[in-house]
Design a protein around this ligand. Structure first.
Ligand code: ADP
Ligand code: MG
Length: 337
C-alpha cells in the first residue's frame, strides 16, 4: 500500500524560522515558516514583522480546537459521554459558524463526521479501507443537528464526536488577521496549509496575486487577485492513501461515510470570513456544482473556483476578471452562478 501524507506531530510545537528578508521597491519582505495545526504555515510580512503574534495566536487556537489533545475543548467534548461541557468563546464561535454552514450546505459540512474519519485512519496515518458494515454502524452518529450549543455550554450526544479540522485553520487565519490589524500590521499574507488569509494590501496599495496549486503538481493552476480576504482550497490531493490502485482521500461525504467522489480535484472559496471559507470549501467539495449554485444565490459575497476531474473550471462570474489562468488552462471555463 502506497501511503502519501503530510507529516504529523502530536505535540503542539511551533518552530519559527526567519527564512528570508528581502527588499523590493523599498518595502521589506520578511518570510517565516511555522509548523502547527498539523500543517506548514508560511507567513509573508511586507512592512512590520508579525510572526510572533501569529505564532502565539495559532498556538492558543490549537490548544482549544485540537482533536488529538484530550485537554482541548474539542478533546473534552469528545470524552464527555453526552454531558454538557463548558468551553471557550472561540470554540463556541467556531461551533456556531459550523452550525450555519451545516444548515446552509444540507449537512455536506458536518464536524460530527469524526468517528468515520478516524475509522479510515486519517487522524493517525494508520490508513485502512473499512468494511461497509463498519461504516454503516457509524454513519447514524454523524448528525450535527443533534449538537446543542447553549451559552458557553456544548452538549454532544453519547456516541458522537466532533472534529473541527475542516474549519479551524480558516478561523485561525481570520483571528490572526484581526490581531495583526489591531497591532498596526497592515500588509501580510498568511498561508495556513492551503488556507490563505491576506491582511490589508501590498505596500504599494495594489491587490495580492494568490496562486492556486495544481492538484496534479507542476505550475500553479491559476492565480487570483484579491484585496483583504480569505482564499481557501480543499481537495483530495493533500491527504490521501492508495490501496489496490484506488485513491482514498480525507474529505468524507457525511451521508455515505466514504470519501466524497463528486468528480472534483479542488474547490477554492474566496470570501471575507476565514472560517466560513474553510468550512465551505470542504462542503463544496462534497456537494459540488449543484450545492455551490444554490449557496451562491443567497450569498453574493462568496466566490468559487471549482476544478473538475476533467480539468474544467466552474467559476463565479464576479471574479472572472481577477483570474489569470495558466497557459491553456482557461479554455474549459463555465460559470457557476
Ligand atoms: P484540510 O484540513 O486538509 O485543509 P479541509 O479543510 O477540507 O482540508 O478539511 C478536511 C478535514 O476536515 C478532514 O481531515 C477531516 O478531519 C474533516 N472532515 C472531513 N470531511 C468532512 C466533512 N464532510 N465535514 C466536516 N469536516 C470534515
Ligand atoms: Mg475546510
Amino acid at each position: 500500500m502506497k501511503i502519501i501524507t503530510i507529516k504529523i506531530v502530536s505535540a503542539i510545537s511551533v518552530l519559527i524560522t526567519a527564512l528570508s528578508i528581502s527588499s523590493c521597491n523599498n518595502a521589506k519582505k520578511i518570510e517565516t515558516e511555522l509548523y502547527a495545526m498539523n500543517t506548514i504555515i508560511k507567513l509573508s510580512f511586507y512592512k512590520e514583522d508579525g510572526s510572533q503574534l501569529v505564532s502565539e495566536e495559532i498556538n492558543r487556537i490549537e490548544k482549544l480546537l485540537s482533536v488529538t489533545d484530550t485537554e482541548s475543548d474539542v478533546g473534552q467534548i469528545n470524552c464527555s459521554g453526552g454531558q454538557g461541557v463548558s468551553v471557550s468563546k472561540d470554540t463556541i464561535k467556531v461551533l456556531n459558524t459550523a452550525k450555519n454552514i451545516y444548515n446552509d450546505t444540507n449537512g455536506c459540512f458536518d464536524p460530527s463526521v469524526y468517528p468515520v474519519v478516524r475509522l479510515w485512519g486519517f487522524t493517525t496515518d494508520e490508513y485502512k479501507v473499512p468494511d461497509d458494515n463498519e461504516i454503516d454502524a457509524l454513519v447514524p452518529y454523524v448528525d450535527y443537528s443533534r449538537v446543542r450549543i447553549d451559552g458557553s455550554s456544548v452538549i454532544v450526544p453519547k456516541g458522537m464526536q466532533l472534529d473541527l479540522g475542516g474549519i479551524a485553520k480558516g478561523y485561525a487565519g481570520e483571528r490572526c488577521r484581526d490581531i495583526l490589524v489591531k497591532n498596526g500590521i497592515t500588509s501580510a499574507v498568511l498561508s495556513i496549509g492551503g488556507n490563505v488569509q491576506t491582511v490589508g494590501l501590498k505596500p504599494d496599495g495594489s491587490r495580492w496575486k494568490i496562486g492556486l496549486k495544481n492538484p496534479d503538481g507542476g505550475e500553479n493552476l491559476c492565480s487570483i487577485e484579491v484585496g483583504e480576504c480569505a482564499v481557501v482550497t480543499s481537495g483530495g490531493y493533500e491527504r490521501y492513501f492508495e490501496k489496490d490502485g484506488k485513491v482514498y482521500h480525507h474529505i468524507i461525504d457525511p451521508k455515505t461515510g466514504k470519501p466524497a467522489s463528486g468528480g472534483y480535484k479542488s474547490v477554492t472559496v474566496i470570501c471575507q470570513n476565514g472560517a466560513q471559507a474553510d468550512a465551505l470549501s470542504t462542503a463544496f467539495f462534497v456537494g459540488g456544482e449543484k450545492l455551490i449554485g444554490e449557496y451562491l444565490k443567497n450569498h453574493k459575497n462568496v466566490n468559487v473556483i471549482l476544478y473538475t476531474d476533467n480539468n474544467e473550471f466552474y467559476i463565479s462570474r464576479a471574479i472572472e476578471d481577477s483570474i489569470t489562468f495558466q497557459t491553456g488552462k482557461g479554455q474549459m471555463l463555465h460559470y457557476i452562478d
